[in-house]
Design a protein around this ligand. Structure first.
Ligand code: ZN
Length: 299
């Protein structure tokens, strides 16, 4: 079965260069990557080809690639432009920046990107803020655009590895606030990654009251440690019972090379879904069909 991955990060040169500037060292991108023992991504088209090789090697049809620092839309846009049938472009938006609405419009209308990614805990802007509404309104007037909202615990591995501070305000990433937005914009699909990353109950409540909220299954979901005894299997079963197979999006949260696509996450989740007893058709929705419905392949 061909699968789609709804959650990958496009760690471009611009992404690393933003990190390097936050470190206030004179490091170049390749020095920073050497420090991390990661591969230098080089130009966006080179990184895009590397991703294509990865998708082909693992029989993955399409993947959402996220520009993982505000202002890096062009990198992902280049990957999408080269492979519009394989990549769906997501981009991080910081609503506290005055040019956020303009950048968002340009990313969608001119650069063909499809997912607006909000990280309220990182950017310190509550989801109830008018500046967030201004960005979501742009999605509302453009069918085919989804809003991804990171909720719950937020740890950015590469920041920790580089000793960069992460002053995230976790109070701001509550799935219940996504439900308010989702009720106000019922035609916009909202994606909450990692089952709410520690706020499973709230994510399920939000998904239960809003048909336009989707949960992504990505990452190792290490947050389950916050609930004693919780297993990923129980998380899947609860999500299937509340949101149903038609609103779960498989994802891995793959990001850097040489590690590449995280096959183990797929294998673990595939086994869990098989054990859940849902039909093959429902399983196909999680691993492929829902992604196709939200982001139809460019004709
Ligand atoms: Zn991620």
């Amino acid at each position: 079965m061909t699968i789609n991955d709804a959650h990958c990060h496009f760690f471009s040169s611009q992404f690393f260069s933003a990190l390097a500037s936050q470190r206030a060292t004179e490091e170049t991108v390749s020095e920073l990557c050497r420090h991390l023992q990661w591969d230098d991504p080089r130009e966006a088209d080179v990184l895009a080809e590397r991703w294509i090789g990865e998708l082909d090697a693992h029989n993955i049809g399409r993947a959402a690639l996220m520009a993982s620092v505000p202002g890096d839309e062009l990198s992902v846009a280049e990957a999408v432009a080269h492979h519009p049938t394989r990549f769906v472009g997501f981009f991080m938006v910081d609503p506290s920046q005055a040019d956020a609405p303009d950048r968002t419009r340009r990313a969608i209308d001119a650069l063909n990107l499809r997912g607006i990614c909000l990280f309220p805990a990182m950017h310190h802007v509550p989801l109830s803020d008018d500046r967030v509404t201004s960005v979501v309104e742009i999605a509302a007037s453009r069918p085919g655009v989804a809003v991804f909202v990171h909720c719950g615990v937020l740890s950015v591995g590469v920041r920790a590895k580089l000793g960069l501070p992460s002053r995230f305000d976790l109070r701001l990433g509550n799935p219940l606030e996504v439900s308010t937005l989702a009720l106000n914009f019922p035609d916009v699909p909202f994606i909450i990654p990692h089952f709410g990353a520690g706020m499973l109950r709230e994510a399920l409540m939000a998904a239960d009251v809003c048909r336009n909220i989707y949960l992504d299954t990505s990452s190792s979901n290490g947050w389950i440690k916050y609930t004693p005894g919780l297993t990923l299997e129980a998380v899947f079963n609860a999500a299937l019972a509340v949101a149903g197979a038609s609103r779960l999006l498989f994802g891995t949260d793959s990001s850097f090379f040489p590690r590449g696509w995280q096959k183990k996450i797929y294998e673990t989740q595939k086994a869990i879904v098989e054990r859940s007893g849902i039909s093959a058709a429902d399983a196909a929705l999680i691993f492929r069909g829902n992604f196709e419905r939200l982001f139809p392949a460019a004709g």
